[in-house]
Design a protein around this ligand. Structure first.
Ligand code: HPA
Length: 267
């Protein structure tokens, strides 16, 4: 895993010492367009970078100022279901670490499993369940970033969770909290799988975020995860489709962006 060439390339483009990493999920990429004094690089132009293929996911690295912080954002992420190795899915996270990022905010669209959730809700991720049977740390350990065996007792920073709850209260945003369950996709879950997830303690389900969170934690970064609940999970509503996921995330976007901007300014 060689970063030096890439770090030089990014440095030559003006990307230096971002404080915060942002990963913007399905339909939530707009926030990257609000980054000021932006350096924008399409993934195709970045040496060694995978290329995103999903509809609704633009592939751009955006660096600049947002809510008073120097941020680096992935507008569009890489998913396991696209056929990438998990090492590729999490490559940008390792890159963020090499650039000096200490905190990372991961966002996604997810299906609501908890009976308390409605489409349009925002959920702060308190923990996760990995139902894929895969792990991005399988393989030789990346010693330069972290240890072989990683403690996931506090994957999602308590500071971040508390701060988000505090902001939501002050801004009168109804913020849910819960456990995110990672399934590979690309098929949505079956109703029986959703009943299983309910029983084992999952509150939301989605096809991303967990590999990035594990790798960020391995690399010693603070992780904050936020889900936009775009639909009720399979069996809890009549049918599921990607158009609805995009449509609801578009509707939630103003609230979502406001919450994120407040969070970024206060981190
Ligand atoms: N399941 C999995 N991933 C998702 C869902 C869902 O219901 N909604 C948005 N992403």
């Amino acid at each position: 895993m060689m970063y030096s060439e890439l770090l030089t390339y990014l440095s030559n483009k003006g990307i230096r010492q971002p404080e915060l990493g942002l990963v913007l999920g399905s339909g939530l990429g707009d926030l990257a367009d609000e980054i000021e004094d932006a350096v924008i690089i399409p993934y195709e132009a970045i040496p060694n970078f995978p290329v995103s293929t999903v509809e609704g996911h633009e592939g751009k690295l955006v660096y600049g100022n947002l809510s008073g912080k120097r941020v680096i954002a992935l507008k569009g992420r890489f998913h396991y279901y696209e056929g990438y190795e998990l090492a590729d899915v999490t490559y940008p996270i390792r890159l963020f670490k090499e650039l000096g990022v200490s905190s990372i905010i991961l966002t996604n669209a997810a299906g609501g499993v908890s009976q308390d959730f409605q489409p349009g809700d925002i959920m702060v991720i308190t923990d996760h369940i990995n139902l894929t049977g895969n792990n991005p740390l399988i393989g030789p350990n990346v010693h330069q970033q972290g240890p072989r065996f990683v403690d996931l007792t506090e994957t999602y920073s308590k500071r971040g969770i508390d701060l988000l709850k505090q902001i939501a209260q002050a801004e009168d945003i109804d913020l849910k909290e819960g456990v995110y369950t990672w399934m590979t996709g690309p098929s949505y879950e079956t109703p029986a799988e959703i009943r299983m997830i309910q029983r084992i303690g999952g509150d939301a389900v989605g096809m991303s975020t967990v590999p990035e969170a594990i790798v960020a934690k391995h690399a010693g970064m603070e992780v904050i995860g936020i889900s936009c609940i775009t639909n009720l999970a399979a069996g809890l509503q009549s049918a599921l489709n990607h158009e609805e996921v995009i449509e609801i995330s578009q509707q939630v976007k103003p609230k979502f962006k406001h919450l994120l901007r407040q969070l970024i300014s206060q981190l």
